[in-house]
Design a protein around this ligand. Structure first.
Ligand SMILES: NC(=O)c1ccc[n+]([C@@H]2O[C@H](COP(=O)([O-])OP(=O)(O)OC[C@H]3O[C@@H](n4cnc5c(N)ncnc54)[C@H](OP(=O)(O)O)[C@@H]3O)[C@@H](O)[C@H]2O)c1
Length: 299
């Protein structure tokens, strides 16, 4: 069943082999609380994924350390055999402690194991796109060479287990280092209306034809809140989350969105943002949020 959504008429951008809709879906919210353990409502998680595909989304972001293993297994249960045009992007270099903690897993053996875990749990022979997530600092990009782990991933690509490679939680210097080792098709970093550290990197990647995929586009664990955002939303009879996504779609043509949700109503709401064309003056108002945030008060 196909659902008529505005994303069926929205722009696309090349991601590896495929041209994908600019509005995709992030699957992290499908695991249990704290991205750990099974979801509280398994059937609801399956329903979200089925609606994702029925709505025309053809880009899903995941990781085998969500759950761990849970999110990938739910994706497989809901969607395999996968639609031909679906691009599933996963990421490697972390594992979960028994208490749910996030632990770097950056060694050669751990990276190889992670690729095989993703293949098995997603039920695939080859992974479309694998992001190497830098864990030099777990929380934000930190300078340092990524050559050793990226070379491991490039070897797995040569062996045919991985089609395309991306980077996550990285600096501009690391992207350049990465591009000397293998082709980089996407960069996934923390970015949204209030978190604008990558403005310059996004422009550079756009010139290079590389997709930029912001994580936490809605603020992640701390949803975006701002009086300017609420004011624009009220005027446009939209929700603040829709405006936050519409702003990202206008920000740069190489931005691909992967808002996360465990709720079908939220999914529907988020996909409608593709139809929300913001004016230049609204963009200006929204740009002001970042300056307030830099001053320490993202309201
Ligand atoms: N590379 C990395 O290091 C990294 C890190 C974090 C995330 N990611 C990826 O990025 C994706 C997106 O990030 P994210 O899911 O953490 O954060 P997000 O998309 O910024 O926000 C998700 C949060 O917003 C809520 N939400 C979603 N739509 C909403 C709506 N219309 N109205 C109100 N609340 C709404 C969700 O709750 P409900 O479930 O209730 O809708 C959830 O709590 C993830 O799914 C994951 O694939 C990557």
């Amino acid at each position: 069943m196909r659902i008529n959504t505005p994303i069926n008429h929205s722009d696309t951008f090349q991601l590896g082999h495929h041209s994908v809709k600019r509005l995709g879906y992030g699957a992290m919210q499908l695991a249990g609380p704290g991205v750990f353990g099974p979801p509280e409502d398994h059937a609801a998680a399956l329903a979200v994924l089925k609606e994702v595909i029925a709505s025309g989304v053809n880009h899903i972001d995941t990781a085998d350390f969500y759950g761990p293993h849970i999110t990938n297994r739910i994706i497989r249960e809901a969607l395999a055999p996968y639609p031909d045009d679906l691009v599933i992007v996963t990421k490697i270099s972390a594992r979960r402690g028994e208490d749910g903690s996030w632990i770097p897993a950056f060694s050669r053996d751990e990276l190889i194991q992670a690729v095989h875990d993703n293949l098995r749990n997603l039920g695939l022979d080859v992974l479309d796109v694998v992001n190497l997530r830098s864990m030099l600092n777990i929380h934000h990009p930190a300078e340092g060479s990524i050559e050793a782990p990226l070379t491991v991933l490039a070897d797995l690509q040569r062996k045919g287990l991985v089609r395309h490679i991306g980077l996550s939680n990285v600096t501009a210097t690391q992207v350049e280092e990465g591009r000397r080792i293998c082709e980089i098709v996407c960069v996934q970093n923390h970015y949204n209306l209030a978190q604008r550290a990558d403005d310059e990197l996004i422009a550079t990647l756009a010139r290079q034809g590389i997709a930029y995929v912001p994580f936490f586009p809605l603020g992640g664990f701390t949803p975006l809140q701002s009086s300017a955002l609420s004011a624009v939303a009220a005027r446009r009879k939209a929700t603040p989350m829709q405006v936050a996504l519409a702003w990202l779609l206008r920000r740069s043509p190489n931005i691909l969105l992967i808002p996360g949700t465990s709720s079908v109503p939220h999914l529907r709401e988020n996909l409608q943002s593709a139809a929300l064309a913001l004016s230049a003056s609204e963009l200006g108002e929204l740009d002001g949020i970042a300056f307030t945030a830099v001053a320490g008060s993202p309201r």
